[in-house]
Design a binder for this molecule. Structure first.
Ligand code: SAM
Ligand code: FES
Length: 344
């Protein structure tokens, strides 16, 4: 099956389920045939360079109430913050000066940041020779259009799960079909479209994870972010078991096999569960890392889940640290924007 996936980039749902159920030795994870194959496909299609995207976490206010998420509006224990326009622009400028070619602006669904405010921020940031990715949730077509016209290049919005019944339970008041519609509109507007899923949600099955992977292929996503679900004490899901690093890694590796030329980040949540998580992910199919370029205390308040890494570090330290790690596995940091180079 691994050979078939490596050669044809096609698998049936049953085959994906079977691969996801394989045992992983925790001692030497990367030497598992699944991860070795994903690493070869990564190398063949997207090369050895790692794209760094500077992450600016600009607001943790959110009008939504996702049961798993620390930003949910009912979480009264969260210390809420939003950066000023000038702070966001400054952090982007600093990131550009440090050599970043992309910044990712991420927030909860914060109504304060109207399309007009976002447009002002985007047009300033675009002066710094940066590609800009937005990760700010569900908006209207007109809003997405306004951001695009102001210079946004990419948009990340995880579908979270393709199991609609589970989505409905975990994301009350939200509408799975609308999330799908948003992804379609983003594509129509010419964005590079990123999505992804949470791994280890309660009641989530291997079949459902296989559906997620097939969904990524069906919509021909340009980027896929996969992260383990990590229970947050300030949410109704605090007592759930949470996802494992190994399962998230398997979902990621199979995604690489089926979508060989896309961008796949080694996610921060993976490093939260395993101190070498991002390096292992980079050797199992990933080719992107998103170091935090937010400065000051804001980092610790951006608490989606507990145990987030690097909360007391500076952007300079994070960049140096991740560059050293990348070089230690004989890979290099790209100096390009890192758009998807489609092979079909
Ligand atoms: N509001 C934007 C959105 O919904 O796309 C972006 C911010 S949201 C906090 C970013 C991602 O955090 C979500 O897509 C979700 O997958 C992830 N997330 C939320 N709660 C999590 C948890 N408890 N463990 C791991 N990841 C989580
Ligand atoms: Fe809004 Fe998570 S509930 S970002």
């Amino acid at each position: 099956m691994i050979k078939k996936a490596e050669e044809t980039h096609e698998l049936t749902k049953e085959e994906i389920v079977s691969l996801l159920s394989c045992e992983i030795e925790t001692e030497n994870v990367v030497s598992h045939p699944l991860f070795e194959a994903a690493d070869r496909v990564r190398k063949k299609y997207v090369g050895d360079e790692v794209h760094l995207r500077g992450l600016i976490e600009f607001s943790n206010y959110c009008k939504q109430n996702c049961l798993y998420c620390g930003f949910r509006r009912d979480n009264k224990n969260a210390t809420r913050f939003r950066l000023s326009k000038d702070e966001i622009i400054k952090f982007a400028q600093d990131a550009s000066e440090q050599g970043y070619k992309t910044v990712v602006l991420q927030s909860g669904e914060d109504p304060y940041f109207t399309a007009d405010r976002m447009k002002e921020i985007l047009s300033e940031i675009k002066k710094f020779d940066l590609a800009v990715t937005l990760s700010i949730g569900e908006k209207t077509f007109e809003e997405y259009k306004a951001y695009k016209e102001a210079g946004a290049n990419r948009f990340l919005m995880r579908i979270e799960t393709t199991d609609k019944a589970l989505y409905l339970k975990l994301d009350p008041d939200m509408d799975w079909e609308n999330r799908l519609k948003c992804l379609g509109e983003l594509r129509e507007l010419g964005y590079e479209v990123g999505t992804g899923c949470l791994v280890g949600l309660p009641e989530q099955t291997l079949e459902s994870l296989a559906d997620d992977i097939l969904f990524f292929k069906e919509i021909n996503a340009d980027m896929i972010g996969i992260g383990p679900f990590i229970p947050n004490d300030n949410t109704p899901m605090k007592d759930e078991k949470g996802g494992t690093f190994e399962m998230a890694l398997k979902v990621m590796a199979v995604t690489r096999l089926l979508l060989p030329d896309i961008n796949i980040p080694a996610t921060t949540a993976m490093e939260t569960l395993n101190p070498n998580g991002r390096l292992i992910a980079l050797q199992s199919g990933a080719n992107v890392v998103m170091p935090n370029v937010t400065q000051g205390d804001y980092r610790k308040f951006y608490e989606i889940y507990p145990g987030k890494i690097c909360v007391n570090d500076t952007p300079t330290k994070c960049r140096g640290c991740i560059t050293g790690k990348i070089n230690s596995i004989k890979r290099s940091v790209s100096t390009e924007y890192g758009f998807r180079k489609k092979t079909d």
